[in-house]
Design a protein around this ligand. Structure first.
Ligand SMILES: NC(=O)c1ccc[n+]([C@@H]2O[C@H](COP(=O)([O-])OP(=O)(O)OC[C@H]3O[C@@H](n4cnc5c(N)ncnc54)[C@H](OP(=O)(O)O)[C@@H]3O)[C@@H](O)[C@H]2O)c1
Length: 254
């Protein structure tokens, strides 16, 4: 099988998995974080768990890129930098900044994450470095696609990081419980970190205009939208005084 064929099969796999994930996550919430049962077996500490789960995105993307036809072209190199910066943050800085070091997560969630992130890293790097002739001309950098997409990415990342920061500061060192978050987009929605994440990957899909980047944006939505509904329900059931005007993930709507 050629690398191109592997790419196309995996791309279809992600589109199909996205549809299945959407339905499955509406019915059953992935059991990590607040949804992990107290008696969950086969767990790993969150810090190494996040690192193991997210780091394949850094390694597989870099490895695939390093063999790519257009690995020396300017625009692909810019996408390499953007991708690696995000995943350096997500796999190393984000878990290192978590307050509750005793927290654990299911090993199964980590394994599924490793598989997804490896495929996703491969697809996105392969598409950018081999299958995107539009990215070979530096003029792409001045198109509305690139500029608009990068603006969306920056806005999404800003919302995501700010919102994660609000959550992090809710717990004093040693605390493990949950509180109502306030400030930023928490004024309007319960889970702005997921909202920002989805916006960010929609931005990448727009800036790169590859099917792989689109598949990642769709997967992020399929995974995070139903989970955001579950978070919202959980907040409402858990806190009596939960702000009634707050929606789940889309301000003013859902
Ligand atoms: N692209 C994707 O498909 C994808 C998938 C998953 C995650 N992500 C990103 O990864 C990051 C983490 O995801 P996540 O699902 O772990 O987010 P999360 O459930 O919002 O939790 C983030 C952190 O904040 C803590 N926390 C959450 N709500 C809290 C509250 N009310 N009071 C006190 N602490 C609270 C959590 O602690 P606990 O662990 O104790 O709950 C965890 O340490 C997010 O930025 C998300 O966008 C992306």
């Amino acid at each position: 099988m050629t690398a191109d064929q592997i790419y196309h099969y995996l791309l279809w796999f992600i589109f199909i998995i996205s549809a299945l994930t959407f339905v499955a996550t509406l019915l059953f919430t992935n059991p990590y974080g607040r949804f992990m049962p107290k008696d969950q077996r086969f767990t790993i500490a969150s810090l190494p768990g996040w690192l193991i789960m997210e780091f394949p995105c850094v390694v597989v993307f870099a490895w695939t890129f390093s063999y790519g036809e257009n690995r020396a072209a300017l625009v692909p190199l810019i996408f390499l930098t953007i991708w690696q910066s995000h995943y350096f943050y997500r796999s190393i800085i984000f878990p290192l900044r978590m307050r509750d070091r005793g927290k654990r997560m299911p090993i199964m969630a980590v394994l599924v994450g490793v598989v997804f992130n490896s495929i996703n890293g491969f697809l996105n790097a392969y598409a950018i470095v081999n299958l995107a002739p539009h990215l070979l001309d530096a003029a792409w950098l001045s198109t509305p696609w690139f500029i608009g997409g990068i603006c969306l990415m920056v806005i999404g990342l800003g919302i995501n990081m700010y919102s994660d920061n609000v959550l992090r500061n809710l717990r004093k060192p040693g605390e493990t419980g949950y509180k109502i978050p306030y400030g930023g987009m928490y004024r309007w929605i319960s889970v702005p970190n997921y909202f920002g994440e989805i916006i960010e990957w929609c931005g990448l899909a727009m800036a790169a205009c590859t099917p792989a980047a689109l598949s990642f944006a769709i997967f992020s939505f399929s995974n995070l939208f139903p989970r955001a509904l579950a978070h919202h329900r959980w907040y409402r059931e858990t806190f009596e005084g939960y702000p009634p005007e707050r929606k789940a993930i889309i301000p003013g709507l859902v």
